[in-house]
Ligand binder design. Structure first.
Ligand code: CUA
Length: 347
């Protein structure tokens, strides 16, 4: 081995490690970049585990190295001495007992901090006046329903986009009617599986405004990877404005093309799966489209919501997300334009 290689390798490892640690705690969709109480607990747990296990690793490696070099030096110097030495045996036995005891203590410490974190995360159900949302995992998108227990007429149904006010607890009821999905917004909370017939509830709260991306975290079929959603945490005023707008039915078509697009929508297969409130379309198989034009993404976070993507999606969704329930649709270019005009008017 020459003298340059180890040094060079060490620098490379150091560079890789610095990139790794620099990327921790920044960027989106990171469990250690917490934006709320629950994820803060989880990221604290993560750092405690990392610190303790890294300490154990360093100590074990150091002892291993000392033992290795001692043996090497001893075997180079003389014939090994294999005569029994009771005093030495006792000393080694005590060291092993001490290490076992230390291991047990460390395991207990890790177990206790894990339990404490679990309890801290589950402590919120007593919270007063949470925002109440029901999330249903579908193959492969998320149905979002805002539940107003006092005034059911205020309920809002949306898809793949959750708005929440900062500083207020959010109660999320999770359900699935097809396969197991998993709801995961790393910046706000840990994963929670959506198991058919076993509804479950989580609570979280965002403290900093921002857009936090979520992702289905349980393999659920063909388009599992394209089952994204976003949580937009905003000020109470912005949230209230959004919620008030979301409760409104869709507006009337503003021009001939939009009117024609609406006519095409209402007389085609679209209505069997989609709802547009304010129109007879009330299907519940696919996402509610009442305010689809105000969303930055379509197809569960797969496509930026622009005209080109929208027309491609309507014409041949199977080319973008093969396996989904939405079929190919053959329209003349004129009809497709009118349909896109109408859908883009659904703000
Ligand atoms: Cu739903 Cu993976």
């Amino acid at each position: 081995m020459n003298g340059i290689r180890p040094h060079f390798r060490f620098e490379r490892i150091l560079a890789a490690a610095s990139v790794f640690f620099a990327s921790c705690g920044h960027g989106n969709q990171s469990a250690i970049n917490s934006a709320g109480i629950q994820s803060e607990q989880l990221s604290n747990l993560w750092w405690i585990w990392l610190g303790i296990t890294a300490g154990v690793y360093v100590i074990v490696m150091a002892v291993l190295n000392v033992a290795y070099f001692r043996v090497r030096r001893a075997s180079a110097e003389a014939e090994p001495d294999i005569a029994p030495d009771p005093a030495r045996e006792r000393k080694v036995g005590n060291i092993i007992k001490g290490c076992v005891a230390l291991t047990v203590v460390i395991m207990f410490v890790l177990m206790i901090v894990s339990f404490r974190t679990g309890r801290a995360i589950a402590a919120m159900p007593a919270a007063q006046d949470p925002i109440h949302i029901k999330v249903t995992g579908q193959q492969w998108w998320w149905q979002i329903e805002y539940i107003d227990e006092h005034q059911p007429s205020n309920n809002v149904t949306s898809a793949n986009e959750i708005h929440i006010p900062i500083g207020r607890p959010v109660r999320v009821d999770l359900e699935s009617h097809d396969v197991i999905h998993s709801f995961w917004v790393p910046n706000l909370h840990g994963k929670r599986d959506l198991i058919p017939n076993y509804p479950t509830t989580i609570f979280f709260e965002a403290d900093e405004p921002g857009v936090y991306w979520g992702q289905c975290a349980e393999f659920c079929g063909f388009e599992h990877a394209k089952m994204r959603f976003m949580v937009k945490a905003e000020s109470e005023d912005d949230f209230n404005a959004w919620y008030a707008a979301a409760q409104q039915p869709s507006g009337s078509p503003a021009n001939d093309s939009e009117a024609r697009g609406q006519q095409i929508f209402l007389t085609s297969v679209c209505t069997q799966c989609h709802t547009i409130s304010g129109t007879p379309a009330s299907g519940r198989v696919g996402p509610n489209l009442t305010h689809v034009a105000s969303k930055p993404f379509i197809a569960s976070g797969s496509l930026v919501n622009n005209r080109e993507n929208l027309t491609n999606w309507i014409s041949d969704p199977q080319a973008i997300k093969p396996g989904i329930r939405m079929p190919m649709n053959t329209y003349s270019q004129e009809d497709l334009n009118a349909l896109a005009d109408y859908i883009q008017s659904l703000k």
